[in-house]
Design a protein around this ligand. Structure first.
Ligand code: PLP
Length: 400
């Protein structure tokens, strides 16, 4: 039995008629960029996130780029983020001329470690005569970008308290976490809404996926929202008068039309993903495999949240990762490593001066983690086949 890591065809089948009508609508209107479909999608996302501003942009990457530009973060500034995330998070920081600063992860959640952050601020930074936080090289530390990796929110209460104490802006990377919830200050908060700016990616494989690239920034502050709207059109306002340097970060109508059809289904898809995760857990536990593999942590389960995890990826950990991966490939079971190398060890960041061993938990996660098939329509028999093959692998390893 072939089990893909992700299969979007079933989702497409269930929505084909509506998707075609909506896309046809765009062709009929001949409005292709930033038109009524984008406006409708922005309004729907404002309602979904219960937030006053949502600015549709061309990708998750461009969303962060636009936020950094709008906040005028650039040369001479440092921005702190996790060493264990998709490249875009740190790539954008570097592209605006700022310096990415990495912090290690929590080994259970794979998200940025609040203790690591606190240590960085306490040991590596000082306040200058203006009271601004600066690092040892004299760079102004401007922001923290926590990444809600795999669909699980970071420990935002601790991160925000730390950021407020240090005078740093928080920008939430919710690219993988749309709809994920966090028990923030006694209420339920959605990923992206807990800080001055949050952003999403609608890359096709995301839980809410477009048919190409698309992204969004959400925020509460009107001035920032206006600046972002201008930023996504080359800093232009009014037409052909450029207030500052932005980019072409516009969202197109076809992507927005598709996202409008899909958004109403997002929560039922997230619930189905959680059902898949629950079945993995039950099966791995029932077969006594949880000594060999570590299952994803669910720190916010039972805290009154629906989307305590949205399982963008279902990531397990085992010290025998590479051999298990070969076994899965031989059995035509989809898998992926997110991510095989920490950002501090990437060639393009060699000039930052980090070394192997700097972030032991990031490095261990890069060696030991593996994503298993996860999508709402994954059938029970497919899932049981995945678990059977993993059980077979560990039974054989135990015999040899
Ligand atoms: C954590 C994270 N940040 C940022 C991005 C960038 O989003 P996009 O691919 O839409 O540019 C991604 C996308 O994969 C991501 O996973």
């Amino acid at each position: 039995m072939r089990v893909p890591l992700l299969d979007l065809s079933e989702q497409y089948r269930s929505l084909t008629a509506l998707l075609r009508t909506e896309v046809e609508d765009v062709f009929a209107s001949q409005i292709f960029i930033l038109g009524p479909k984008v406006e409708a999608f922005e309004a729907a996302m404002r309602r979904y996130c219960d937030i006053p501003h949502a600015i549709g942009v061309s990708s998750g990457t461009d969303a962060l780029l636009a936020v950094l530009m709008a906040l005028e973060i650039g040369p001479g500034d440092a921005v702190v983020t996790t060493a264990y995330t998709f490249f875009a998070t740190a790539g954008c920081i570097a592209r605006v001329g700022a310096t990415p600063v990495f912090v290690d992860i929590d080994p259970l959640t794979y998200n940025i470690s609040p203790d690591g952050l606190a240590r960085y601020v306490a040991r590596e930074c000082n306040r200058n005569s203006d009271g601004v936080l600066v690092d040892k090289a004299g760079r102004k530390v401007r922001a923290i970008v926590p990444v809600h990796l795999f669909g699980l929110c970071c420990e935002m209460e601790e991160i925000i308290a730390l950021a407020e104490g240090a005078g740093l802006t928080v920008i939430e990377d919710a690219a993988q976490a749309i709809g994920a919830e966090y028990p923030y200050a006694g209420h339920v908060a959605k990923a992206g809404t807990m800080s001055p700016a949050g952003y999403f990616s609608f890359y096709p494989s995301k839980n809410l996926g477009a048919a190409g690239d698309a992204g969004m920034v959400i925020c509460r502050d009107e001035t920032l929202a206006q600046k972002l709207s201008i930023c996504r059109q080359h800093g232009m306002e009014p037409r052909y008068f450029h207030r500052f340097i932005g980019g072409n970060f516009r969202l197109d109508e076809i992507q927005a039309a598709i996202l409008n059809v899909k958004l109403p289904h997002l929560d039922e898809w997230s619930a189905a993903r959680r059902g898949v995760a629950d079945r993995y857990r039950e099966e791995f536990e029932r077969r006594g495999l949880t000594t060999q593999i570590e299952l994803p942590a669910e720190p916010f389960r039972g805290r009154g949240l629906n989307n305590h995890h949205i399982y963008h990826q279902y990531v397990i950990r085992t010290s025998d990762r590479d051999a298990l991966l070969d076994h899965l490939i031989r059995n035509e079971i989809g898998n992926a490593i997110y991510y095989p190398l920490g950002l501090h060890e990437q060639q393009c960041f060699a000039h930052l001066g980090y070394s192997s061993g700097d972030f032991p938990e990031t490095e261990r996660a890069a060696r030991e983690t593996l994503a298993l098939p996860m999508y709402p329509e994954l059938r029970v028999e497919q899932q049981l086949f995945v678990v059977d093959k993993i059980e077979e692998f560990f039974t054989r390893t135990a015999v040899h």
